[in-house]
Design a protein around this ligand. Structure first.
Ligand code: MG
Ligand code: MG
Length: 264
């Protein structure tokens, strides 16, 4: 069941999503070699709760009867998504995708940013840039009168043109009172296919892109998803609202990127 959102609901979704952006910006301030993903999790959880919201990831169930133990997913290098924060210090040349979700006044925010730790190789930089570009290519298609497959196809073709893998098993989603609502938003598909996009449709678009094969497997903790060939993966995510002519991006990387520019 797809729920189109009223203007009031869109503003509530924006608040929850801007809080995710602000949380990720707090993390951007401290992300450097030596910091652990568990430390990042503590900062994120404190910041989210101090702002009157709930970290939606904490306690989120999986089909194997376990609940996610942290407030953010931190996926390092060959981890694609759902990495559990741990005590291993990040090191120069690593990348970490930090996925974060909030619930504020009953509405959900969901956004993800992949950070480089210190200097990363040109190869990895290109993977990050291409994945972020693909996200915006997808968003460009998220306008009234287009179809869901136009978004999916834009993401897929942009990444496959560079020889990258587009993960099939995990997809974007509708967002509202629930973090995961209909419809599913795959990162692959055919133009002109899928549901017609209407004003007020709020979705999270989230390319999960690998440098090598698109094949993945689940780690023993039954959360972390890693690439089969061990090559790195990137993940960027915005929550957006479909509008006429141009999508309204509800989350934001602005604060994050301001911090990153100041740190360099
Ligand atoms: Mg997310
Ligand atoms: Mg999501």
């Amino acid at each position: 069941m797809v729920y189109l959102k009223t203007d009031e609901e869109v503003e509530l979704l924006r608040k929850a999503n801007l809080l995710v952006g602000a949380t990720l910006a707090e993390l951007a301030k401290v992300i450097r070699p030596g910091v652990t993903t568990k430390e990042l999790d503590t900062i994120a959880e404190t910041f989210i709760r101090d702002n009157g919201a709930i970290p939606t990831f904490k306690g989120f169930p999986n089909p194997y009867g376990s609940s996610f133990p942290a407030s953010i997913c931190t996926s390092v290098n060959n981890q694609v998504v759902h990495g559990i924060p741990n005590d291993t210090p990040l090191k120069e040349g690593d990348i970490v995708s930090v996925d974060c979700g909030t619930k504020l006044n009953g509405y959900c925010g969901d956004s993800c940013y992949t950070f480089a730790i210190g200097e990363v190789s040109d190869e990895v930089k290109k993977l990050l840039n291409t994945t972020k570009e693909a996200l915006y290519k997808g968003i460009e298609q998220a306008v009234v009168g287009h179809r869901l497959g136009d978004i999916s196809n834009a993401v897929q073709t942009h990444c496959e043109a560079e020889g990258y893998g587009v993960v099939r098993e995990f997809v974007g989603h509708g967002i509202g009172k629930e973090m995961h609502e209909d419809p599913q938003v795959p990162n692959y598909g055919r133009r002109g296919n899928g549901m017609m996009l209407k004003s007020g449709l709020c979705i999270a678009i989230e390319p999960m892109i690998t440098m090598g094969t698109k094949e993945i497997y689940m780690q023993e903790d039954r959360w972390g998803i890693v690439t089969r060939d061990g090559k790195p993966a990137a993940h960027y995510e915005h929550s957006i609202c479909v509008r006429k002519g141009k999508a309204d991006i509800l989350s934001s990387f602005e604060e994050i990127e301001k911090v990153l520019r100041l740190n360099h």
